[in-house]
Design a protein around this ligand. Structure first.
Ligand SMILES: C[S@@+](CC[C@H](N)C(=O)[O-])C[C@H]1O[C@@H](n2cnc3c(N)ncnc32)[C@H](O)[C@@H]1O
Length: 361
């Protein structure tokens, strides 16, 4: 498979020495003179760096495995670099990339961007990329550089927003999009690019599935993004997301929708169980679904530590498992059925899935 990674233990090799050739064993057994060894002085900056690395390793959500989880050594420092890069671009200076020795010698030398180029890069970071507004690759080398900067900054912005959405509760996610009007479009521009890298879009499987249901079934698309499901099936679909970019999409928090109780036959969550308060997400689904209504969930495989625990959580929210597809294939698919009404005031153990953090490529 294209993304398979060899097992960690495959790298360890045992080296055998012929008799008389192993310097460690064959050296004459004279008593070595005791030498007083001075402890090498560790610079303050090196100590700081070491403790930063330790902190990264201790940050548990970064230890997730799976095809989309980042390697342990990536992320924080990468995100920091990106934030610093953005800051530099905003303040009009970009340092030349140099090999470490040269860079140390010549630390203060900077590349000053022409104002027009700088403006293009900053604007492209702040606005949604569209084919018409993105800088053209066919232009002069400056255009190509602005284009590259644009892509890198947008990628960084997407990864930053994505990480926020997976590590905060739904109320904070709502505040995030409210306080930053470009964030939703920036997120979805990055998400579209991410989808293109996947072997398939899980939403297409859900669309196929909904097409097999009765045309009269009323569907709720919770966290619909750009609302593709509604455009692909003949059913009545309530498309809901934190931000609406189309008249038929309801802008709301899916933990608290404007739908009436028991209004839906089907609830769909395609990669949208993002917040840290999943109890609120699924208790709202229980409220708005009819008894024996269906829930279809697609999620990224690497988000699950223990699938049984997830199924238990769903049961506590009133849903019994009908079918699951948890073959190793990037995405897991679940079909649950609402078997009992569960009030929103029920006391449940908080539940969340692991965040899905994308790597810089
Ligand atoms: C990864 S995107 C997937 C979008 C769409 N389901 C698809 O498959 O194309 C997840 C979406 O869930 C939305 N989302 C996450 N938590 C939400 C919440 N509490 N309320 C509304 N939307 C939410 C995000 O805004 C985002 O648009």
């Amino acid at each position: 498979m294209a993304f398979e990674v060899p097992a960690w233990d495959k790298g360890a090799l045992a080296v055998k020495f012929k008799p008389g050739t192993n310097p460690a064993i064959d050296a004459p057994k004279t008593k070595p003179k005791k030498l007083k060894q001075k402890k090498p002085k560790v610079k303050k900056s090196e100590r700081k760096q070491k403790s930063k690395v330790k902190q990264q390793i201790n940050s548990t959500y970064r230890l997730g495995k799976g095809p989309l989880a980042p390697p342990v050594e990536s992320s924080d420092s990468e995100a920091d670099d990106e934030m610093r890069a953005m800051h530099k671009i905003r303040s009009g200076r970009i340092e030349k990339q140099k090999p470490p020795a040269k860079a140390a010698k010549d630390q203060k030398k900077q590349l000053t961007l022409k104002p027009a180029l700088l403006q293009a890069a900053v604007e492209s970071m702040e606005t949604t990329p569209t084919p018409a507004s993105a800088p053209s690759t066919s232009a002069a080398p400056e255009g190509a550089l602005a284009n590259k900067l644009h892509a890198e900054l947008m990628g960084g912005r997407f990864r930053y927003i994505n990480e926020q959405l997976y590590t905060m509760n739904s109320k904070k996610a709502e505040d995030l999009f409210r306080s930053d009007s470009g964030a939703f479009d920036a997120y979805h521009a990055g998400y579209r690019q991410q989808v293109e890298k996947w072997p398939s879009n899980p939403l297409n499987r859900i669309i196929k599935l909904v097409k097999r249901l009765s045309k009269t079934a009323v569907i709720g698309d919770f966290g619909c993004g750009e609302g593709k499901l509604a455009q692909s099936v003949p059913n009545k679909v309530y498309s809901m997301d934190l931000v609406s970019r189309r008249a038929d999409i309801v802008a709301c928090n899916i933990t608290k929708t404007p739908l009436e109780a028991q209004a839906l036959d089907v609830a769909v969550y395609c990669l949208s169980l993002m917040g840290t308060n999943l109890n609120d997400y699924l208790l709202e689904a229980n409220r708005v679904l009819k008894l024996h209504g269906n829930v279809y969930i697609a999620e990224i495989q690497s988000r699950f530590e223990d699938v049984r625990e997830f199924i238990r959580f769903m049961t506590s929210c009133g849903f019994d498992l009908v079918k699951k597809d948890v073959a190793v294939n990037y995405f897991y698919f679940f079909h649950f059925r609402k078997m009992r009404h569960v009030g929103k005031d029920v006391k449940l153990k908080p539940f969340s899935l692991k965040p899905c953090l994308y790597r810089k490529r």
